[in-house]
Design a protein around this ligand. Structure first.
Ligand SMILES: C[S@@+](CC[C@H](N)C(=O)[O-])C[C@H]1O[C@@H](n2cnc3c(N)ncnc32)[C@H](O)[C@@H]1O
Length: 498
């Protein structure tokens, strides 16, 4: 395999989405599909034949495949000394009309936007399956949809692929197709995604689907290592979710957390009800726009030409960010409007001499040195976080750059900022909000503003049951001890029903 990558180079590999299934995973998947009644296997993305190599007894099994890249198949022929006449050299997404007893696949993973034949593929899905593919779809999900439609009556399907579709909007259709007929058995998520695909940036897992069986529950497994697959039959799922509770529009990744609870919809609403999170200010050149106290004084900038800002996540170390915390290490955003002082004009000329006006964002702005006008956000969310999110009650006038998403309350929300802060800080809030987050890999969660805006939070009526003085007391206690008092945790607990 490493020989192959040396011969074709990284560009070719990326162009076709070529990465290879480890032997142990390929064996598990091939064995699993062959537990059906039929002894045929079809692989729509043959590559270097990981699944064929995994078949113990080739004489007993009829293997066929599809592969769009003739180069990789020629390499396989040279390498093995065999002829690949059982592999059709064609684009799987464009070849319609197949029916297969068992399908096993590690599909190419590419954003659909970058996919050359995208429009023809979209037309093909419409014509053959009556499905309108979303432009946000990726090739792996399109492969899965097509294979599901081609699986024969009592056949089995095993797909290894990124699991991001379980939480993403474009994934609704895929989840619907998986769950509607009751044949989805299990989804396995790997905590060790880098052992499977070293370049993986998202969670990776295996979908197991069996048309011979009707399942009332879907099992969610979470594995720490590939070795666990050898004893898969004896593993306990982290959750067994009734098919009726698997809403294709909901996010499914939280099922791997084993947090089998539902949210009391009478007591909750979406955060959008109270206001909106958006990205922080993108300067396009922090080295120029972000100044410390020495910079502003040596440059003699007027006090109207810079504003306090939060440029790095590590600048905030407390749950409540106050003026005194800001003053420990003050940082400012160069922010001018109208007439410029001589000092500001000099600084801009300095920026141009350093080429800051030629950066991607700055050159698309007029004038290049004017950043977006924003108001300070009273609630901040860290964009990346490990082990849960970072939420901050911002009591300063500092503007957040892109390291934090900032909340702008609407008229209603302005009265509930502190309540929302307490909720986001609580264990219950963290569990409920985590459901809205798209997971990128095991340890690293990246929060998108829209995921936050869709997150469930208590209704205003629920918040109104908490006395104002209790809110102040809980914030004080959180600042002093780093956690909410038990009595405040207890207030939010009824939002969850086990
Ligand atoms: C992720 S690799 C998997 C290879 C192999 N089956 C394995 O598991 O190691 C996906 C393979 O699909 C091929 N491929 C990419 N786009 C394709 C398409 N539209 N139709 C068929 N094969 C495609 C790539 O060239 C690549 O060899």
């Amino acid at each position: 395999m490493s020989d192959y990558l040396q011969v074709v180079g990284e560009k070719h590999q990326k162009r076709f989405g070529q990465f290879f299934t480890p032997d142990a995973v390929a064996s598990f998947m091939a064995d699993w599909v062959l537990d059906s009644e039929a002894n045929t296997v079809f692989d729509p993305a043959f590559g270097l034949g990981a699944f064929r190599a995994a078949l113990d007894d080739l004489a007993d099994v009829q293997f066929t495949g599809c592969e769009v890249d003739a180069t990789i198949v020629e390499f396989w022929e040279r390498d093995t000394g065999e002829r690949a006449d059982f592999v059709a050299i064609e684009d799987y997404l464009l070849s319609w009309g197949g029916q297969y007893a068992n399908i096993v696949c590690n599909p190419p993973y590419m954003r659909f936007q970058k996919f050359l034949n995208r429009d023809v593929v979209i037309r093909g899905f419409k014509k053959n399956l009556g499905i309108k593919l979303s432009g946000y779809m990726n090739t792996a999900s399109a492969f899965l949809l097509k294979s599901l439609s081609e699986l024969s009556e009592r056949g089995r399907l095993a797909y290894i692929m990124p699991l991001e579709f379980l939480n993403a909007g474009y994934g609704t259709l895929v989840k619907q197709k998986l769950v509607e007929s009751g044949h989805l058995c299990s989804i396995i998520s790997f905590d060790c995604e880098k052992d499977i695909f070293p370049d993986a940036t998202t969670s990776v897992g295996i979908i197991l689907y069996d048309r011979a069986v009707y399942h009332t529950d879907v099992q969610f497994f979470r594995l720490q290592s590939i070795d666990e697959l050898t004893a898969f039959e004896s593993l306990q799922p982290v959750a067994e979710v009734p098919r009726s509770a698997l809403d294709p529009q909901a996010k499914w990744l939280p099922h791997f957390q084993g947090t089998a609870f539902s949210v009391d919809h009478q007591k909750t609403t979406t955060l959008a009800h109270f206001g909106k999170f958006s990205r922080g200010i993108a300067t396009g050149a922090n080295a120029f726009f972000v100044l410390n106290s020495t910079n502003v004084s040596t440059r003699c900038l007027s006090t109207t030409e810079y504003v306090p800002c939060i440029a790095k996540s590590s600048q905030i170390r407390t749950a409540v960010f106050r003026d005194a915390d800001f003053a420990d290490n003050p940082v400012f955003l160069f922010s001018v409007s109208g007439n410029l002082s001589k000092a500001a004009a000099d600084y801009i000329r300095f920026g141009e001499s350093e080429g800051y006006h030629e950066r991607f964002l700055t050159k698309n702005r007029t004038p290049w040195y004017k950043t977006e006008a924003r108001s300070p956000s009273p609630l901040l969310f860290g964009v990346f976080s490990r082990d849960g999110y970072k939420v901050v009650l911002n009591k300063t006038k500092a503007l957040n750059l892109t390291c934090y998403h900032g909340f702008q309350p609407n008229l209603l929300g302005a009265a509930y900022v502190e309540y929302l802060f307490l909720y986001f800080s609580s264990q219950t809030g963290r569990q409920i909000v985590a459901r809205s987050m798209r997971q990128y890999g095991r340890a690293l969660d990246k929060f998108e503003p829209n995921d936050l805006n869709d997150a469930l939070v208590p209704t205003a009526a629920f918040f109104d049951t908490i006395p104002k003085e209790k809110v102040a007391e809980a914030i004080h206690s959180l600042e002093a001890n780093g956690e909410l008092p038990e009595w405040m945790e207890a207030v939010f607990a009824p939002l969850k029903c086990e």
